[in-house]
Structures are given as C-alpha cells and as structure tokens.
Design a protein around this ligand. Structure first.
Ligand SMILES: [Zn+2]
Length: 655
C-alpha cells in the first residue's frame, strides 16, 4: 500500500487549481476558481475549485472531492492508480512494494481490452448492416419498413450481428482480439459451461439480430441489445449483452448518451419500454427519451435521470403488463423524489407506432391530454369498470397509499393524501394511517437490509483491500435506504458538523471532536449506518494518534473528501435554491454548532435506545418464566424513562 507520507507529499506539491486546470479552463472568481464541469454536460460554469481548501465541487451534478477524486473520476482510475498518476506527474517517488502496479495495470488492461473489443464490434456490426449482402437485402429494408431512416441508423450506430454462429468470434480474432477478450466483452458465450474459453467452445452471443449498441453517458460502448426479425424461431425477440466488467444493466439507460442534451434543455424526459421506441421518437423530433434495458427499473437509473432532470413521463402500453410495469417504475421514481406522469397507449399501439402513424404534433397532444399522476392512474386502472365498488376502492386506496409512502418529501405526501381523499371520497385520516403503515414497514425492511449488509461487510473485511485502498467512488450512492427515508440524516448532519468544527472549542476541556467521540464511547452510540460509520471510526483513530482533527483531515481522507467538499465549498455562482439553503445552513451552523452537536447526539441516542427496546420486546415475546418477564419489563420501563428524558431535553418527539 501507499504510505500516508507519499499521499501528503502529493497534496503539498500538487495545487488543486493546477491539477484540475490541466483538464478544465478555470477562471478566477474571488478567492476561488470556476469552470465548466467535465462530469456532466455543463453549459455555464458550475464547478468551483478552492485552492485554500484543496477541493473541487460541482453545484450542478454534485461531483466533488480532492485532487485524487478528480483524477479518479476524470481518468477513470482506481484510487491507487490516481495516486500513482499524480506521483509521476510531480516526480514523487513511490517506493518499491508500496503499490502493486502490475496488478492494477492488469485490471485496467482487461477493461481497456473489453472497451476496445466492443468498439470494434460496434463498428463491424454497423458496417455489416450498411454493406453486407444480408444487411442490404434483408435487415436494412426491415428497418426502412419500420420507418427508421439512414440518419437514425448512423446516429444510434444500429448494426447487424453475424448470421453464422462464430462470426464475431472469427472476425474479432482476425482483428487481433483474443477469445478471452471477446468473452469478457460478452460478445461470445461458452457452448459447454464446464469447458474453457477456447475458440472451439465459444459461439456468438448475437445471431441474426439487429443490434443496438448501448452507450455509457460519456459515449463508450458497453454492450448491445439485439432484436431478432425472423418469425420462425424459438429465440427470444430481444436479447441483451450479459453483465460484464464494464456493463451493469441496472446502472444504464438506453439513449441517454444521444439524448442527454435535449433532456437537459427540455428539463423533462420520456421513459419508454424499448429500443425501437427511443429510436423512433428521436427520429420524429421527440429526442428527450430513454429506455431502461430489462424489465426492472432501478434506483441507480432513477439517480442517473436525476442528473439531467426531475421530470419523467412514462410512455407505456395500456395492457395489463404495461400498467403493472408502470406502477412498479413509479414507486422507484417517486422514492428518488422525481415527478412522474404516466401516459398509457391504446392496446394496439406503442409510442413507436403511434408517432410513426400520426406524427409528433398528435403525439404531444395525446401526451398532454392523457398524462396522469400516480393517483389518477391507479384510480383509472382500478375503478375503470365500477367506480363505486367498495372493494375495488379500498384496493385502489391501498395502492395509492403505498406509493405516497415512497415519497421522501412530507409536503408532497400531504398534498397527495388530500388529493386521494378528495378523489376517492375517503377520510384523510384513514389514508394517513395507511401511508404510515407502509412507511413503518418499509423502514423496518430497510433496517433489516442495512444490518444484513453491515454484517456482510464485517465478514468480508479480512479479505478486503488494505487501508487506503478501500475508496468507493460512489459510497454515497451505496445506500439506497436513504432514498426512502432519512434515517441516516442525523449521522450525516453530525458528520457535517464535525467536519466544519472538529477543532473548535466545545467546552473548557474538550474540542468538538473530542466531545463527540467521548459521547460515542461513554454512551455506546457509535454511528451504525453503512455510509458514515467508517468515516467516524477512521477520524477517531486519527484523533487518538495525532491528537488533532480538523477539516484538512476530512478533505484529504479518501472516504470523507466528497462530503467535505460538499460542506466546505464556497457558495458563489450557485443556483438560487442551493444558495439560500447553504446560507441558512452556514449561518445557523456558525452560531449554533454546539447545540447542533447536542441535538444530533440526542438523535443518535434515541436511535440506539429504540433498537434496544425493539430487541427487548422480541425477548419479551418469547420469555417464559414470570421472573424473566418482570426483568424484561423493568428494562423496558428504564429505557422508556431514558428516552423521555432525551426527548424532553431536545424538545422533540420522534415517532
Ligand atoms: Zn458537474
């Protein structure tokens, strides 16, 4: 592993404005710099770089951190390789044995090989649909018949797979790729699973298919979706590349790389079911459109959309399958705090056929005439036949409540509860009770999942990477529970307070950091969230070792630098909403940091007490002797007393 001295040396000699300035044109803005963010499609400079703090932060897409995070994100390197990258640039020697460069290079080399393979295949397939006999006679005419023109084929790089079972295998090898690389790229698969990756045991993944390359947001080919056009076959109509080292289905959206500008410009996106819908709408001028590959729509995909817009209109088939799929998608989108509308197409139509037949003006009119929010959708679907059927009505109300429960914003929840109450003519309090039931259940479930993940992480530690190598660029995204409820909110707030004030005085004897960690130890309330607990633990270890903990530590520590960048970034040239929030936050924080510390610690205590009470209750359920029951009852009463004391102190009641 790389020693902290080397890392510190790099921090000392590599000014952030110089590291970032290598890739981004920076202009001075007061004490800081600003420039166009390279991590999203930036039109006006949203990225701020602070030389004094050594951090960058994009106020539009949220990317931020220290010099290493910048290089990791920009160059697609792992943490150790980013260190090596900067060490070489600034002539700082990394001692032999400190880094297993070969191993890291190996990983990077495999990925490079896979990307190269996929790029080759994309060009080859594209070439085939345009120039091969099959392409010209069968496949291109098929696309033409479906209304897809040459410009669209070019724009989306639509291609034709092999028509023999080892076509891309042979072509790939002829062009210098190994069978292993073709296999890693998902272009070929094994015939016999028990046998090795040798040419004789491999065949093409895509056979006789029109292929749609799936691009990353930044335009790299990750895989393909293939559509069969022959009718006399048992093969599935659509087939996707398998998951590979570069392709994770749950994180990608088809069409985003082509349509992202338009999505941002329109501040809205259409979400459709298939590749053909994307391609066809795009060609008709509706070019803010994406499709989720696969049937499930994931939280990762919702977050990806959120980088470009908060407004999604789903365009789905009006049949039962389409309705059910749209209901599932809605909940994921609502939980990500995205505004969702749904448009269902008549049974014999889909967005593709609709726009081909009637054009974009009629399409937009249909969308605005028939789009529904989830309350209206559920009502329309469940109560279509008999609007006053009490059983159907109860079912509709329950389904609506389940969706309302997913909304993170309490104001939106309240608004939808009122709407539902009016629409279904059911008293608000009954809907509120139902919503609460779903929220409590989902919280319980998330708690269980989190504990399970923590448990898994613990058991994996012994085989994990050495300290300093554990950086996960998306640690913030690794906890989907946050999207549903804010149960890590207090830990996050406490961490932010700690980053801002660690070395300030808390009382005569203790700094803020010392006070917080004392409380953790004495009250046994160490943070338990997946997301922040390790940051707290590392900071405590640092404090014990070096007797000092300040913001510099959090900026330079790989795990905390992103959140440090978030709280420490200057607030010039920001969007209005963010500016207001930040101002409020900073102002109240400077004045009240001591009471913030106390409040947040109290919340943590409550959380731990609630856990203890829950455990105790479980024991009560199975206790048999009177004596046991009495003891457990006493414990319960004591916990309750402590709980009441804390809530009295902070003047808050938490349900
Ligand atoms: Zn950005």
């Amino acid at each position: 592993m790389i020693s902290q001295q080397v890392i510190d040396k790099i921090f000392d000699v590599a000014p952030i404005e110089e590291v970032v300035g290598e890739f981004v044109t920076l202009k001075r803005a007061g004490a800081n710099y600003k420039g166009l963010c390279p991590f999203h499609d930036d039109k006006s400079p949203s990225m701020s770089v602070s030389p004094s703090k050594g951090i960058f932060k994009c106020f539009s897409c949220g990317e931020g951190g220290n010099i290493f995070q910048f290089i990791m994100q920009h160059e697609g390197l792992s943490y150790p390789l980013a260190i090596k990258f900067l060490a070489e640039k600034y002539n700082i020697e990394i001692e032999e044995g400190q880094i297993d460069v070969d191993e890291l290079k190996e990983e990077a080399r495999i990925k490079e090989g896979v990307y190269a393979c996929l790029e080759f295949a994309k060009n080859h397939f594209y070439e085939r649909i345009n120039s091969s006999q099959d392409g010209k006679v069968i496949y291109k005419p098929y696309l033409t018949e479906r209304g897809i023109n040459q410009q669209t084929i070019d724009e989306f790089y639509i291609g034709l797979s092999g028509t023999q079972r080892d076509h891309i295998l042979q072509e790939g090898i002829k062009n210098g790729y190994t069978s292993q690389q073709l296999y890693d790229a998902g272009l070929v698969k094994k015939i016999n699973d028990d046998q090795g990756i040798i040419a004789s045991n491999l065949r093409d993944t895509f056979l006789d298919r029109i292929v749609f390359p799936i691009f990353s947001v930044s335009g790299k080919v990750l895989g393909f979706g293939g559509r069969i056009i022959k009718k006399d076959t048992k093969a599935p109509k659509y087939l996707n590349s398998p998951e590979t080292v570069v392709y994770e289905k749950r994180k990608e959206l088809y069409g985003l790389s082509v349509c992202k500008q338009s999505i941002r410009k329109n501040d809205a996106v259409f979400l459709v079911e298939g590749y053909m819908d994307v391609v066809s709408l795009h060609q008709s001028g509706v070019d803010n459109v994406v499709a989720a590959s696969g049937t499930a729509f994931t939280e990762e995909q919702a977050r990806l959309i959120k980088r470009f817009t908060h407004h999604v209109t789903m365009l789905f088939d009006g049949d039962e399958a389409g309705v059910n799929a749209s209901l599932k998608h809605i909940q994921t989108l609502l939980a990500a705090d995205i505004n969702v509308k749904v448009v269902l197409f008549p049974p014999e139509e889909d967005p593709d056929s609709f726009i081909q037949k009637r054009g974009s003006t009629a399409f937009h009119k249909y969308v605005s005439d028939t789009s529904k929010n989830f309350v209206e959708l559920i009502q329309a679907v469940k109560l279509a036949k008999n609007p006053s059927d009490p059983i159907q009505k109860a079912e509709a109300a329950r389904l609506v409540a389940e969706n309302i429960a997913a909304l993170p914003d309490p104001l939106k929840r309240a608004a939808f509860i009122t709407e539902t109450s009016n629409n279904l003519d059911i008293p608000e309090r009954i809907i509120i009770a139902e919503v609460n039931k779903f929220r409590v259940n989902s919280r319980k479930q998330k708690d269980r999942e989190e504990r399970r993940v923590q448990h898994d992480n613990k058991s994996a530690i012994s085989e994990g990477p050495p300290p300093g190598f554990e950086y996960q660029p998306d640690y913030k995204q690794s906890n989907p529970a946050d999207l549903v409820d804010n149960k890590n909110y207090q830990e996050e707030e406490l961490l932010k307070t700690l980053i801002l004030h660690a070395d300030k005085e808390f009382n005569e004897n203790l700094t803020v950091a010392e006070f917080i960690f004392n409380e953790f130890e004495e009250e046994q309330i160490w943070p338990i969230s997946n997301e922040f607990s390790q940051i707290f633990k590392d900071a405590y270890a640092h404090l014990k070792e070096h007797k000092v903990l300040n913001e510099l530590y959090f900026i330079r520590n790989a795990k905390s630098s992103k959140i440090a960048a978030e709280v420490l970034s200057a607030r010039h040239n920001l969007s209005k909403g963010w500016e207001d929030n930040y101002e409020k936050f900073v102002k109240s924080d400077q004045e009240n940091y001591k009471s913030h510390v106390i409040d947040n610690l109290n919340y943590l205590k409550l959380k731990h007490i609630d856990l203890l009470m829950k455990e105790n209750q479980e024991k009560l359920k199975i206790a048999e002797s009177d004596e046991d029951i009495m003891v457990l009852q006493q414990i319960h009463d004591n916990l309750l007393k402590i709980r009441r004391k804390i809530t009295d102190q902070s003047g808050t009641v938490i349900s």
